[in-house]
Design a protein around this ligand. Structure first.
Ligand code: ATP
Ligand code: LTN
Length: 333
């Protein structure tokens, strides 16, 4: 690897990839790809915290990986792999479990949200999820972690764990920073604009734009998005639906909210939604075309998976053996 800094991020195969994943995460990964060493993975171990059909999980893991590749995050310039293929993630997660306090984990809003929504399955994995995420990041000495706004708290706990460990044992981990984009970092549901567009929690298909939807479906979902009735295209806390559409529009067009408000001043919601739909479809068209192509190339995807596991393992085990030594585990000899 070159002297560049390292960025790393993972995406769960917990549902089909959404416009939220694309704007909040993938688009920034793509933007940063030229200046950094990049490591991207499928967080399939994380997804075990919520029950899911095994065959669906396998399909989604391949599809999301194909999406990375379609967006130019290819195996030549980046390391692309599947989390469960590098056992060091589970191994370091165990160690970090022992350096993380119950009180810290108790404060995680994602844990509170997910345990409220899955009251029948509040498993220990859901609770210790941030330790596995910290392991993902710290194994590769990542400098920067591009994620959506919902992950900010998990990055903070990762930093706390890393600093705690470094304070006890001397410099072991790079303390990472979150990279959260200015626009698109929190795409809200189209039908429930008070809540994050979530790929595993959207019961209503019109609430979420999937990258697997065809362009007509995408345009129709945007046109059906919930708004208020005053017909003024302006962002504000009392207008969550319109604010969300403005954010989406700005994330794809690169315009600021003020510029977009000016562009749509005096224009009704119908025309505004039409413009948002067109901008989103134009943005996604080439990605979707390439994605369809890559997805058909099963041999290529399998070779990326195999290669990625090898490259990632080499880096991960270097860190893990340093950690094992520092905490006093016997060397294998
Ligand atoms: P779930 O909804 O099942 O919890 P998720 O999509 O939030 O899943 P991941 O697949 O791990 O979880 O998310 C991948 C990336 O996409 C993360 O960086 C996350 O912050 C980002 N992301 C997810 N949803 C949104 C959203 N609605 N807006 C912006 N970014 C998002
Ligand atoms: N927790 C993240 C997914 C995730 C991740 C990571 C993101 C798992 N490990 C490491 C960045 C770095 C989520 O739910 N969005």
């Amino acid at each position: 690897m070159s002297e560049n800094k390292t960025i790393l991020s993972l995406m769960q195969p917990s549902g089909d990839a959404s416009l939220g994943n694309y704007l909040g995460a993938l688009k920034n990964w793509q933007k940063l790809a030229k200046e950094y060493n990049c490591i991207y993975a499928i967080a399939d171990l994380h997804t075990l915290t919520v029950r899911q059909e095994p065959a669906e999980k396998r399909r989604r893991s391949r599809e999301i990986l194909a999406l990375f590749l379609a967006m130019g995050l290819n195996e030549r310039d980046n390391i692309v792999f599947v989390q469960s293929h590098v056992a060091a993630h589970a191994e370091l997660a165990w160690v970090l479990n022992c350096y993380t306090y119950m009180g810290e984990l108790n404060r995680m809003t994602q844990f509170k949200d997910k345990s409220a929504r899955h009251a029948d399955n509040i498993n220990a994995g859901l609770f210790t999820y941030p330790c596995l995420m910290a392991a993902d990041i710290l194994l590769y000495q990542a400098d920067l972690v591009p994620v959506g706004e919902d992950q900010r708290q998990h990055l903070e706990i990762t930093r706390d764990i890393a600093e705690r460990f470094n304070n006890i044992y001397g410099n072991t981990f790079t303390v990472p920073e979150a990279y959260i984009g200015k626009t698109g970092a929190r795409v809200m549901g189209l039908q429930e604009p008070e809540r994050k567009m979530s790929k595993s929690e959207s019961a209503n298909a019109n609430n979420i734009i999937l990258l697997n939807d065809d362009l007509n479906q995408i345009a129709n979902k945007i046109k059906r998005a919930v708004t208020d009735s005053d017909n003024v295209v302006k962002a504000g806390p009392e207008k969550p639906g319109i604010t969300n559409l403005l954010n989406i529009y700005c994330a794809v067009s690169g315009k600021t909210i003020e510029e977009a408000e000016m562009e749509f001043a005096g224009v009704g919601y119908g025309a505004f939604k039409g413009a948002v739909a067109e901008a989103v479809c134009e943005e996604l068209r080439p990605v979707k075309d390439e994605y369809e192509r890559v997805l058909k190339d099963k041999g290529y995807i399998e070779s990326v998976i195999k290669d990625g596991a090898e490259k990632a393992s080499r880096i991960a085990y270097r860190t893990l053996s340093k950690v094992y030594k520092k905490v006093g585990l016997l060397p294998r000899g």
